[in-house]
Design a protein around this ligand. Structure first.
Ligand code: NDP
Length: 342
């Protein structure tokens, strides 16, 4: 029988690349979206090779009572849908509820299916830490510090992943759970929609950062995240969580690379506030930002991530593109979609 995969949040940034890769391997894909008739969000999927023959899109909202039960006659599930936003009005309603409820709905549905062998959950490094402190982060680390007030997006990811592992522990379903924990995902997009992580590069280029700050990001390319999900599906020995990250770059290095790429406009930040004095100043200024951004800044200024990605390389054979390569490809793509210009 042909391998069939259910992918939730099919119109998303990571899901698009994953669907492209699964269709290319000749698998059948059922993608869930909020509204399959909204071509503004799905036309790029129908344009993929093999989509007309192998792709089905169905409606599912994470907050619905039982959104997934009707769609689980599949071999593998990749649960990617989750709200991704740093500043929201109501963190419980807008982030935590859909993330946790949607994950549990998916797992409950999978447990009722006789066919599902594996559920791959797209969690995040946000479930590993919300304040890197230089220690080497591994799959054993958990973010226990986020809350509705402190980094609520991080909280939603940690709560959803916890709920998933608790479910498996409690219900002992026939499928196994594998979790991918990506760091900040950048890369070319299949659509004009601007993902929250790619937006950071747009914001730097458009001068929305007043200065170079003591921020260091762990990057991973969206094409490598898709490859990690495919490998997690194909490799029967895959297990547990997987730190999914290539390498880190400080904001100053990112700005230098963007300058090298030709975005040497007056808008690129020039003032360097990445030293101790600048960081104190930016910490104070973070109080003037919207709550989510302010909280992110206070927990990340001066915090340099350090992580061990050997498990995903060893078990799943993922070979990561460097952040430099990803950033070059991302900005070329952002230009193609009209988000930035030189
Ligand atoms: P996108 O915002 O592109 O995709 C998120 C998807 O979730 C969209 O399809 C969105 O649908 C869907 N979604 C959100 N809320 C609901 C809801 N209530 N009901 C149904 N669908 C919903 O983000 P990414 O592709 O970047 O993210 C995919 C996954 O990867 C997420 O779980 C995210 O947390 C995780 N991740 C992302 C990282 C990144 O840097 N990008 C890093 C680490 C993890 P709609 O378009 O209709 O809103």
């Amino acid at each position: 029988m042909q391998t069939k995969i259910l992918i939730s949040g099919a119109n998303g940034f990571i899901a698009g690349h994953t669907i492209e890769a699964t269709l290319a391997r000749g698998h059948a894909v059922v993608g869930t979206v909020r509204d399959p008739s909204d071509l503004s969000k799905t036309a790029h999927l129908w344009a993929l090779t093999g989509a007309v023959q192998q792709l089905t899109l169905v409606a599912a909202d994470l907050t619905d009572q039982d959104p997934f039960s009707a769609h689980v006659d599949v071999d593998t599930i990749m649960h990617m849908a989750s709200p991704y936003a740093i500043d929201v009005k109501d963190p419980q309603r807008d982030l935590v509820e859909p993330a946790v409820k949607g994950t549990l709905s998916m797992l409950r549905a999978a447990a009722q299916s006789r066919r599902v062998k594996r559920v791959i959950l797209t969690s995040s490094m946000a479930a590993v830490t919300d304040q890197p402190d230089g220690r080497v982060l591994t799959e054993k680390d958990w973010n226990t510090r986020s809350s509705l007030r402190r980094n609520p997006y991080y909280y939603s990811k940690a709560m959803a992943e916890r709920a998933a592992w608790d479910f498996v522990e409690r219900e002992k379903p026939a499928f196994d759970l594998v979790v991918i924990n990506p760091f900040m995902v950048i890369g070319p997009s299949l659509t004009a929609a601007l993902n929250a992580s790619n937006r950071i590069l747009v914001d730097i280029i458009k001068g929305r950062y007043p200065a170079i700050m003591a921020l260091t990001w762990g990057f991973v390319d969206v094409r490598d995240v898709a490859a990690a999900h495919i490998a997690a599906m194909n490799n029967t020995a895959a297990n547990g969580r997987y730190v999914c990250a290539s390498d880190c770059m400080a904001m100053g290095q990112v700005v230098g690379l963007l300058r090298e790429c030709g975005y040497n406009t007056a808008k690129l930040p020039k003032i360097d506030l990445s030293g101790p004095l600048g960081t104190t100043l930016m910490r104070w200024a973070s109080c003037l930002q919207p709550a989510g951004t302010g909280s992110y800044l206070r927990t990340h200024l001066g915090a340099v991530p350090n992580f061990d990605n050997s498990k995903i390389k060893r078990d799943l054979g993922v070979a990561f593109r460097t952040p430099e390569e990803s950033i070059r490809d991302t900005v070329a793509d952002l230009e193609r979609w009209g988000h930035i210009s030189r």
